[in-house]
Write a protein that binds this ligand. Structure first.
Ligand SMILES: Cc1cc2nc3c(=O)[nH]c(=O)nc-3n(C[C@H](O)[C@H](O)[C@H](O)COP(=O)(O)O)c2cc1C
Length: 218
């Protein structure tokens, strides 16, 4: 099949786009609002996009009913105003709590409090960290790229932040490496479904010139 996304006429029960780019890691983003209240929300349009220095992005799209008047989601408005955010890694054990924090709580209500999550101070930025998450990335806001939006009252944006500090709980390390079987991160799939990473395999990058593959190696 083929469909033109500009018509949206895919003829399927659900829009397949998000199932074409999978799995998507989840950035569980902490920010502070003007009053200093903690805002926490999951974003699966999230990724690491550079290594040196480390940079992450998350993409808030659409708007909440009582969100900021310019159509920003709260995390976007807060990150732009305070120039800081924290990305907490979501693990299997945190799946339901993470989902709770995606509820469209009115601005000013702390999703972290609603979800009864213990927060701990960060070292380099003001937004705090989710204590139960084993990895936190403290980020300094770099820039927002505004994307086209099909809804006139909603921003569709990508926020970039430089990761200036990383906390890693020793419990997820094996011989100094982050061990996925211990971390058990979850990722978003195409619809309301998720996957859990706890089995990994390695592939070595090729040298040049390429070696001929022997049938025995296949
Ligand atoms: C697993 C998961 C991933 C999500 N990813 C995104 C996303 O990438 N972009 C987005 O705008 N909303 C996403 N949402 C919805 C937001 O979390 C939700 O709109 C939230 O209320 C935004 O909160 P905020 O306005 O406090 O930033 C996601 C929800 C879940 C459960």
């Amino acid at each position: 099949m083929f469909y033109d996304t500009r018509t949206g006429d895919h003829g399927l029960p659900h829009n397949p786009f998000k199932a074409c780019v999978v799995p998507r890691p989840i950035g569980w983003v902490t920010t502070l609002n003007e009053a200093g209240t903690v805002n926490l929300a999951p974003y699966s349009f999230f990724n690491g996009v550079a290594g040196d220095p480390p940079v992450v992005m998350f993409a808030p799209g659409g708007r909440k009913a009582d969100g900021p008047p310019d159509g920003s989601k709260d995390s976007l408005a807060n990150a732009e105003r305070t120039k800081e955010f924290v990305c907490n890694v979501v693990t299997w054990d945190l799946r339901d709590t993470m989902n709770l924090t995606s509820a469209p709580a009115p601005a000013g209500v702390s999703e972290a409090e609603v979800a009864e999550l213990e927060m701990v101070p960060s070292q380099l930025v003001k937004p705090p960290r989710v204590k139960a998450s084993p990895i936190h990335m403290e980020c300094r806001y770099l820039q927002t790229v505004d994307l086209p939006s099909n809804a006139s009252d909603a921003r569709n944006a990508v926020v970039f932040g430089e990761v200036i500090g990383i906390h890693i709980d020793e419990s997820v390390l094996t011989e100094g490496l982050i061990d996925m079987a211990k971390l058990r991160p979850i990722a978003r799939l195409g619809y309301m479904d998720y996957c859990r990473v706890d089995e990994v395999f390695s592939i070595r990058r090729p040298d040049w010139p390429l070696k001929k593959r022997s049938a025995a190696a296949e």
